[in-house]
Design a protein around this ligand. Sequence first.
Ligand SMILES: CC(C)(COP(=O)(O)OP(=O)(O)OC[C@H]1O[C@@H](n2cnc3c(N)ncnc32)[C@H](O)[C@@H]1OP(=O)(O)O)[C@@H](O)C(=O)NCCC(=O)NCCS
Length: 223
Amino acid sequence: MTLTPSLRNDRSLQSPRHIALAWSASQRMSLIHPTAVIDPGARLGTGTRVSHFAHVCAGARIDADCMLGQGVYIGNEVSIGRNVNIQNNVSVYDAVTLEDDVFCGPSVVFTNVFNPRAAVTRESNLCKTLIRQGATLGANCTVVCGTTIGRHAFVGAGAVVSRNVPDYALVVGVPARQIGWMSRHGEPLSLPLKGDGIATCPATGERYVLRDGVCALAVEVVA
Ligand SMILES: CC(C)(COP(=O)(O)OP(=O)(O)OC[C@H]1O[C@@H](n2cnc3c(N)ncnc32)[C@H](O)[C@@H]1OP(=O)(O)O)[C@@H](O)C(=O)NCCC(=O)NCCS
């Protein structure tokens, strides 16, 4: 969502706080708490909610039906898909992309400089992080930049992710290591870590196929 021209030209609404107030008062599509700061230019989709003391920077692109918890920060070069749930106290820094249906537990930590030094400027050389559709990041986990977390992957609470995580993989620990597979519904799948196998999600009955260590929904696998 962008400000309508009439709102954008109203000088009484130039401060970010007033813009947030104006949005919540005049447009019921987005629910933005009055203490949130939405910088002019930020785009928020219909139905996206922003909680107390959150800050969304001008360049951020956030799709519909998302939830930003208390104290969440969204940087400028950030793209967030539909129905993304970001729990309290998460900072999504520049160069991080969250696809649709991503869940970020409370206090998840993202990074965007691989080898930071206070005395060396590296702002033009940010390292990208991609969290793919449906992935869950457990509470207080850290994602080292440059990694991709696969579709519907599940990162356990407190993990430190320093390598790419395959689709549907369940990883825990420091550094994060794979201990299993998780269905789209968030249920463990009875599959070996490597090789081949077939499993059924106990919650939905959906079938999953593991082929050469790659897990996929059976309906997505080409025979
Ligand atoms: C990963 C998780 C889903 C459990 O998955 P699971 O398949 O049921 O795993 P189990 O409980 O059977 O544990 C399997 C092993 O992994 C370990 N383990 C489980 N979660 C772990 C974690 N977060 N970090 C480290 N080890 C973990 C268990 O201790 C167990 O080890 P053991 O085999 O040596 O006894 C759960 O522990 C978790 O981290 N959930 C995230 C909760 C969260 O952050 N919610 C945020 C919203 S409130």
